[in-house]
Design a protein around this ligand. Sequence first.
Ligand code: ZN
Length: 383
Amino acid sequence: MFPAALRFALATLLPLVAAAAADPARAAPMRPPVNAPPGGGSIDAKTRATIPAKSRKLSAVPITRFNGLAYVPLREAAIIIGMKSLWVEKNRQLVLTDASSRLEFEGNSREISVDGLRLFLGKPVVVKNGLCYITQIDFERILVGRIRPGLLPSPLPRPKVIALDPGHGGGDSGFEDKRLGLKEKILTLDVAQRMQKLLVARGYKVVLTRTDDRQLGPDKTTDFRTRAEIANRANADLFVSVHFNSLFPDTKTSGTETYAFTPQFMRSDRAQSVTQPDDTEKDPAPVNRYDPWSALLSQSIQQEVINALKTGDRGQKTMHSGVMRWLDCPGVLVESLFLSNDFEANMASTPAGRQRIAAAIVAGIELYADTLSALAPKPRPTP
Ligand SMILES: [Zn+2]
């Protein structure tokens, strides 16, 4: 038996330790990017679409196996994507740079910095024999779409049809702040409808997965799948699920997170610690066909939301979300701010604040669309 005082201390501390261990990405302190370039996190569409002259085909990246898993050495990968690599600290911190971009890697860490924005890889960076490696899956499905979409095989055309998914609805309120009288399901619908107006004014066709306060199925699995099917039936070119975050009773945590579906053979961010069951999926989900493009969409939205709302950067992550699983197009889920944080909840509580949130996510969609336009082959002048 533990003495009462020790028992009390353990009872108080253990859940905290367990919570931190269960979700390292959430528990990670805000780490400002090391030596972020001025204007970091504000790459424009044309710059993003540019392929440097020295770039080569992605298939030229050499593969090394550690414990049966395929890794790429970042020094060689850098040459192929037209960047320079250098150690900031030998065998610990590596950066890849070119005129406009900067990527930062740290040995044993899943967290990297991409143009000043935080990104969580599926597996930690490995440093071995003086070289720095990431998995081939992280390189091809998480990283390349964000920094060199022009090197991806078979580019996508500029999106015309956009599916917006207001999170929750009906009996599922999402997070509820009784004190401020806020329900996530009401706020997500309002923000999505504001986004719809902005996007229609810009010439997009927009489909909403729900336009009133309802659930889309008798259970969560059906509800999620129905949302994806609405997008697929409308031939949507991209899908954005609108949510708000909460870590209640923690009221301090704030900031923006953007999620894409977890690549095949990887754990999601929520299942990274040893205390969590391994949620790796051996079979690909339909949406996994679009992983590199969902990555570009995530990077574009995270950049614009943080720049517009001045929220903290909690990083780009992945989850096995049922709402994205069945999509036949790139998709992300945006948690623009925390309703469990009073300062951020105040923004979501006013029409003007929700208009800002809507405009910020729309700016991210536009950046993604402009990047795809810039990637499209130019029509030849007729003789
Ligand atoms: Zn939600």
